[in-house]
Design a binder for this molecule. Sequence first.
Ligand code: GAL
Length: 660
Amino acid sequence: MLLFGGDYNPEQWDAPTWAEDVALMREARVNAATVGVFSWSCIEPREGSYRFDWLDATFERLHNAGVAVILATPTASPPPWFSLAHPDALPVRADGTRLVHGSRDTYCAAAPSYRQAAARVATKLAERYAGHPALVLWHVHNEYGTMCWCDHAATGFRTWLQQRYGPAQQGLDELNEAWGTAFWSQRYGDWEEVLPPRATQWLANPSQTLDFRRFWSSELLRAFVEQRDAIRAHTPAIPVTTNFMLSDTPVLDLWEWGREVDVVAIDHYPNSRGSSAYDQIALAADMARSINQGRPWLVMEQAASTTVEDHAVVHRPPGRTLLDSLAYIAHGSDSALFFQWRASRAGAEMYHSAMVPHAGPDTRIFREIRSLGHALEDLNEVSGSTTDAEVAIVLDFDSWWAIEARRVLPARVQYLDGVRADHRAVTFAGHLCDFVPADGDFSRYKLVIVSNTYVLSDEAAHGMHQYVRNGGCMIVTCLSGVVDSSNTVRLGGYPALLRSLLGVRVEEFHPLARGELVPLCGGGYGSVWSERLEAHGADVLDRYETGDLAGGPAITGRAAGSGYAWYVSTRLSDERNNLLVLDALAAAGITPALAKLGPAVHGLLRRKGSGHSWQFWLNYGDTTVDVPTRGYDLLLHRPVPARVELLPGAAVVVRQDGAP
Ligand code: GAL
């Protein structure tokens, strides 16, 4: 079944509203509600004293209405009593400011009192609702991602570092070496001297910063695992997840996290109203699916219309809720869930849209929600099916963190911009794109794009050599392979361990000024970054046309073993990158699973082992498109003999074997 529904907060409402809620849920075909996300102060109003009456009643009401419960642990928002009782568990910023309650996420996840309280409330919930027939999924916490630089964080960091580098003096020597502490007199003589990268006078140590990011991701993971295991002890058959936020600078290493959740769930809020909303959806969805190892995953939150963030209010245009929901599903999601069911009357997100708006059910938004619910009922047979991709992009959280450790590289060099551009090029060519870790298994793909993979371990580099020699095609883009896992430069020219594979040597970086474009002789231009590149065995496929690098190689290619590897020494303009990726796809011998019918029309395929497959066609453009397809239209309940007319903003889902 495809899950449809959203975060449900009955604690914000009264009895007549609860009755209307279930009636409207039925009407809209809601089949799942996420309860309890921020309900800690209602569940445990005083330390150690619990109130479940309202939650018991919510379970019963939802169950009687045929709505399954996704039960959240409320640990993303400790109640005020908690911060007064445990002031040491309040979060501290890098500049030493201690925050107080009054919002949400006011805790330090490394504070023992917080961890105990979180595990305790999770256990109480699991004891209470184990065996309840409405319970289908656990949703631990909410969007793990809050950071802290307090003394608890410092203690945890030192323990983590001792595990990485070894205890005692020898471990400290290793750490001094790995962090390059000979620079600026940072040598540590005692473990107690080692701190999180707190506010300091001038630039921070990039190796320390990278290790702190890694530590914090794993500290949050330990907090998640404690709750997960406490819950599993009571409900071993109910899957456990948490909702990931795919933000511009991630706090979590999602490859690591993906192994610990039973199913990957993401929250996603595109901020574009135009056709590029699809690019954002495809990127997030492809990441979620890949982190879930190709299996169906969940959209845990999306917005029915406006999101309110940083004073920028973005609304979803009419019709988009269905189109976007089907886009996630086409990319492998088995749900369309929302934040939230009913729009709050008060609180920081009072103007955030919801499935039931302030104006009530007689609204454009609720009508669209109702149509979506009915449409999803028609698509239930798709759930559990998977997708196939022959192209992958490397997604590397170390590189993301290291590139964005401020002021080592210019702020305009953003890791995700490089990944996004390459993902857009694969999408433009009509291919589904997976993501893969830098040291992952590339063998299932015919083309892998190593997109600004700045941190490269020996093992990852070795795997890349093997992949190409065994026949793989690989595009490596600028700023890859520059540093080792300690964030220390590899000497002799970049991209170091990949030089012999690519047949190139980067001698010098030429960062480009904001807005500066360097034309290439073969058309298009580079921006943001460029490099003085020498070909040592590679063919020069394009050169810089003007500027200090005029006449020098910009793009190279080289056959290695039975594969082929390109190197791109700048951030290419979209048109130029599209051409390069099309060339690479052709060289790899891959054609799209479904014909490409224009830049804003997207065709995707989901399959089930049994031989069933479903075509999803999504029109994000503003012209009607004639789609050649045959089978059975699941939304309009009719056979499709040869083609369908796809109106702007419309979607069609066609079962391939035709039988109703
Ligand atoms: C999510 C969060 C929700 C709500 C929503 C608003 O990131 O999990 O609780 O704040 O954003 O867009």
